[in-house]
Design a protein around this ligand. Structure first.
Ligand SMILES: Nc1nc2c(ncn2[C@@H]2O[C@H](COP(=O)(O)OP(=O)(O)OP(=O)(O)O)[C@@H](O)[C@H]2O)c(=O)[nH]1
Ligand SMILES: [Mg+2]
Length: 406
């Protein structure tokens, strides 16, 4: 088990914990539940601005749609093959998180833009980072833009789209060879060629992300999603991890870490005034906030019925056989009540609950002295996160295996 997965790790934002503790010391339980809900949901209001630049037809609009999980013909979809006609950056909000905006930047070198006005016109300081898109190659304008960003100490990533066409062609031409070898060789060749061209332009670069905009689970899509989450400061990182739905290993792990950071909040909520005696438990418990949180876990890990159905459809299989093939560790539809309660009734909960409460008492003080379910809920939720991440990874592996067959 990795160190950061330990259930004893005090996964907590110290500022938040201090605010909650201070509130309790000043006001007692009055308004505490409301404050905890606010802390749990605060990621929704964190603003994140992602800028996309690049040449005409590179796939910026397609990417903006895919990363937001919507189609081009959707009401809020970005139109494809549109050509840049405006001189203003156009923001596209994420449907689940209004304050996450993907900005389609105007074309550099187009009639409205001289280079000296460009940075000012796009309001270069607005963005958390920049994605520079190219179809098969990057242009002088892309290099100029990157060098300006470099001088301003801004983060940027080179993203090459339309990679699927090259891979498909190579596979067609090398039918007798191992397809995964052919794919990785093709990708390496493209990446080396592009890295060389960027370096020759004297632009600093770590990696060129090779993607197909229609499916971010392919090629370097997962790696790009990972870095788009990871390269943000604490609050923004958490918000991005909980918003982006790219069904890939690294993203699932980031989601788990972000969700782990708020377990203490739900653990506190489970022991407030609505907590009551439940047959078979030696402590008072309010199961409602825990049920709500577990449903959120399922959505985040793609383990809710709607997500499983969607995945099953893409594989042309049934929900039941997908669940069976992924060998899930539990029956997720039962976690809404009885199944969740039985998680509390296993022996290991009693073994660790006190230890957890003690570890948290320097941070939360008197607040957990009287909260008898804190340690148990903390343990149960961490164990469920562990289980769901593992199951999500199994389903990802199965989808990969089946997709290769189709
Ligand atoms: N095969 C393939 N086609 C792609 C990919 N990305 C985009 N396309 C197609 O390329 C065309 C242009 O894509 P857009 O998303 O409109 O590109 P854009 O960068 O927004 O273009 P402008 O707004 O006109 O500058 C569309 O027909 C897309 O379907 C990709 O990764 N692979
Ligand atoms: Mg476009």
């Amino acid at each position: 088990m990795e160190k950061d997965q330990s259930v004893y790790e005090l996964s907590v934002n110290e500022d938040d914990a201090k605010q909650v503790k201070d509130h309790f010391e000043e006001n007692g339980y009055k308004g505490l539940h409301k404050l905890l809900v606010k802390k749990r949901d605060q990621w929704v209001d964190v603003p994140i601005h992602v800028a996309l630049s690049g040449s005409l037809g590179a796939g910026k609009s397609s990417f903006i749609n895919t990363i937001r999980g919507i189609k081009a013909d959707d009401k809020i979809g970005a139109a494809l093959n549109y050509g840049q006609t405006t001189i203003e950056p156009i923001p596209y909000s994420h449907p689940n998180k209004h304050y996450l905006k993907f900005w389609d930047l105007p074309q550099l070198g187009s009639r409205a833009f001289s280079k000296d006005l460009y940075l000012k016109n796009i309001n270069v300081n607005r963005y958390d980072y920049f994605l520079i898109f190219g179809k098969d190659q990057f242009t002088e304008n892309d290099f100029w833009f990157a060098s300006q960003l470099q001088a301003l100490n801004k983060r940027y990533y080179f993203v090459c789209t339309h990679v699927d066409k090259h891979v498909e062609k190579a596979l067609e031409e090398n039918k007798k060879l191992d397809p995964s070898d052919v794919q990785s060789k093709t990708l390496n060749t493209i990446r080396e060629r592009l890295s060389k061209s960027v370096k020759e332009a004297k632009v600093k670069i770590d990696y060129v992300y090779l993607i197909t905009t229609s499916d971010l689970r392919k090629y370097d899509g997962p790696k790009l999603a990972d870095v788009m989450i990871d390269d943000l400061s604490e609050r923004k990182w958490e918000a991005m991890a909980l918003t982006i739905h790219v069904y890939a290993k690294g993203v699932m792990h980031q989601k788990r870490r972000a969700l782990q950071k708020r377990v203490w909040i739900i653990a506190l909520m489970s022991g407030l005034e609505n907590a009551c005696h439940i047959y078979g438990l030696s402590f008072y418990l309010d199961l409602d906030p825990v049920i709500a949180e577990v449903q959120e876990y399922r959505r985040q890990f793609g383990l809710d019925e709607a997500s499983i159905l969607k995945i099953a459809r893409t594989l042309d299989t049934t929900v039941e056989s997908l669940k069976h093939a992924s060998a899930f560790k539990t029956n997720y539809s039962q976690l809404a009540d009885g199944g969740l309660l039985s998680q509390y009734k296993t022996l290991s909960v009693y073994d660790v609950a006190d230890g957890i409460t003690q570890s948290f008492s320097p941070i939360l003080g008197g607040l957990i002295g009287s909260n008898t379910s804190f340690g148990s809920t903390y343990h149960v939720l961490n164990r469920l996160l562990d289980m769901m991440e593992t199951d999500a990874l199994r389903m990802i592996e199965y989808v990969k295996y089946r997709s290769a067959e189709i």
